[in-house]
Ligand binder design. Sequence first.
Ligand code: PLP
Length: 380
Amino acid sequence: MIYLDNAATTRTAPEVVEAMLPYFTEYYGNAGGIYRLGGESKRALMRARETIAETLGVQPGEIYFTSGGTESDNWALKAAYEACRDRGRHIITSGIEHHAVLRTCEYLEQRGAEVTYLNVDADGMIDPEQLKRAIRPDTILISIMYANNEIGTIQPIREIGEIAAEHGILFHTDAVQAYGQLPIDAAGCRLDMLSASAHKFNGPKGVGFLYIGQKTRLRSFLHGGQQERGRRAGTENIAGIVGMETAARRAHRLMEEKAEREISLRDHLIGRILREIPGAQLNGHAGKRLPGNVNVSFAAVEGETVLIMLDMEGICASSGSACTSGSLDPSHVLRAIGLTPEMARGSLRLTIGEENTMEEMDIVAETLARIVKKIRDTRI
Ligand SMILES: *Cc1c(COP(=O)(O)O)cnc(C)c1O
């Protein structure tokens, strides 16, 4: 099998699983307990908070553990809106955000929010000048993703953060695709909130975090016990958090080398596809792009058909319409960068991870060329 769907989720690294196991079998005590067994959990929790904070250059008290990217995005947007509603009801985001942000914005619109969805250019980039023009006296929040999950485009987060700070507007970024892949400087980017998720960087599923800067006072997300300084109640997922910590440490240790490797695989695969398959085009920015992201469209071919045929050859990928599973509506991201419905339906996302090899890229390029030709030949 060749796994090329790492933007959807990654394999939990064996080192991560090993670090988690004792927290199921030996150190299962409640971190809130006063007995010694609870102390083990409590220390693990503290260590994890310190490690994660260090990777962003922030304080441990600014890290809140959650169940993943979706929860972090929901918390950030809903709580920021509630906290600032008296000052204004205007939110700025982009049209290419993950559904965890877009659907939450729609929910807030039903509750009185006014949302501006910024357009992106043909590469999927936000224009900071356009952002400036969208700011109003009643703008309370800017939420722009760090890097896009479909086309891999990396946004000018530093510039956006400066604009937000200049205007005294809260700034949130969904960094689920970026954290663990790219170095992130929370202070330099003037971030007030950042969402991340462990399973996107070889950690376990169902655990993530939200960074909330000290100056940002947000309401609790879950009400109940005093966990997470009273802001996110519920017995801590210690094993998951330890897994995320191990994965974060590992991702930052291997970051440079992994990125370099993935970029060479990515560019090799993109090069072969564009040269060898007629009517193929690359989606997303060629350079400002996640190391492992390949997103291509083929004229006169359904991405879904390609996916099924790739699966029969043991290759796992995804298409622009697979995200909204079952629906063949072309992705909102591909439409936002101006693809025709035909090219959007003919799209394919191949996302490279640390376990992929150059040989696999060659197999995939050759298989794809054969499949696309076969589909086109049968059509005519
Ligand atoms: C995967 C993803 C999410 C959702 O994260 P979960 O941990 O799966 O809830 C949110 N935003 C982006 C950009 C993602 O890629």
